[in-house]
Design a protein around this ligand. Structure first.
Ligand code: C2E
Ligand code: MG
Ligand code: MG
Ligand code: MG
Length: 276
């Protein structure tokens, strides 16, 4: 804040900012500890096929249950992990753990893992992490998808495309996450070999009130079909939204209507109940 005030104003001590910085630093120290002690968790949220209602993939979402702060949302701790360099180790762990978990699922569906753009800055490490994870879990590469956001692609360097292609050669897939937010460019869909595009939840939230959201969902679904990609509409919470996006051509969806993110023990229990 002091910086934003400009060159001609004297910097001053802002107690609110000081407290925020202290808080951030504390969170970083505690996050480093949690990561080292192995107390971070992965929850999983189903992605379902709208026609069959079957789970087709589960997305791994990182959870940090803090002893006094409670559940710290990834929207808070991921940026801190990125700024502090912790994301490298946390990201490796997420890929490895997700593969181990998926290998044990009774239904054999795929698993998606979110990957930070910073993990792409260490290509050798990312490739090694993926290979090690698949090998250790004995997971078929085709069951692993990495989710990336547009922020990775705006840098538009050849290295990113090469790395994606190298990982695809191993057999894993890529999804473009949160499509429609940020810098969405249709060119990303043709430049990069995504298997799946995930339409951001801001569009499904308004789908029954807003013609523009409808038009965008419909257009992206059509485009994706032409490019042989799957579409997932994120953030479906109501039956009305489900019906609307299905009519607009969506094949797959994710959202609280179908299932919230939960620890493995919860849905594996549910599965065996259903099967019994
Ligand atoms: P994302 O990858 O787009 O994940 C979807 C987010 O939407 C998740 O939030 C999920 O809990 C939430 N969500 C799912 N269905 C609904 C719904 O019906 N309604 C609403 N309101 N929300 C829904 P979450 O778990 O808080 O994660 C937030 C973001 O943090 C993720 O967005 C992802 O960008 C990031 N993140 C989470 N885990 C990881 C990770 O392991 N690595 C990295 N790099 N980022 C992660
Ligand atoms: Mg995601
Ligand atoms: Mg998303
Ligand atoms: Mg998101």
């Amino acid at each position: 804040k002091a910086k934003a005030a400009g060159r001609n104003t004297a910097t001053f001590f802002d107690p609110v900012m000081a407290e925020e910085m202290l808080d951030r630093h504390e969170i970083e120290v505690e996050l480093r500890q949690a990561s080292a002690e192995g107390t971070l968790q992965l929850y999983y949220q189903p992605i379902i096929d709208l026609r069959t209602q079957q789970v087709v993939t589960r997305e791994a979402l990182m959870r940090w249950s803090h002893p006094t702060r409670g559940m710290v949302p990834p929207g808070v701790f991921i940026p801190i992990a990125e700024q502090s360099g912790l994301i490298a180790g946390m990201g490796d762990w997420a890929i490895a753990q997700a593969c181990l978990d998926a290998a044990k699922w009774p239904d054999g569906v795929g698993v998606s893992v979110n990957v930070s753009p910073l993990q792409f800055r260490e290509p050798l490490r990312l490739v090694q992490t993926v290979k090690d994870a698949l090998l250790a879990a004995n997971l078929t590469p085709g069951r692993l998808t990495l989710e990336v956001t547009e922020s990775l692609l705006i840098e538009d360097n050849k290295a990113t495309l090469e790395l994606i292609n190298e990982l695809r050669a191993i057999g894993i897939k890529f999804a473009l996450d949160d499509f429609g937010t940020g810098y969405s460019s249709l060119a990303y869909l043709s430049t990069y070999p995504f298997s799946q595009v995930k339409i951001d939840q801001s569009f499904s939230r308004n789908v029954n009130a807003d013609e523009a959201s409808k038009a965008i969902i419909e257009a992206v679904c059509q485009l994706a079909r032409r490019l042989s990609m799957n579409v997932v509409v994120e953030g479906i919470e109501t039956e009305a939204q489900r019906m609307a996006v299905q009519l607009l051509g969506a094949q797959r969806a994710q959202g609280y209507l179908f299932g919230k993110p939960e620890p493995v023990s919860e849905f594996v229990k549910g599965e065996s109940r259903k099967r019994a």
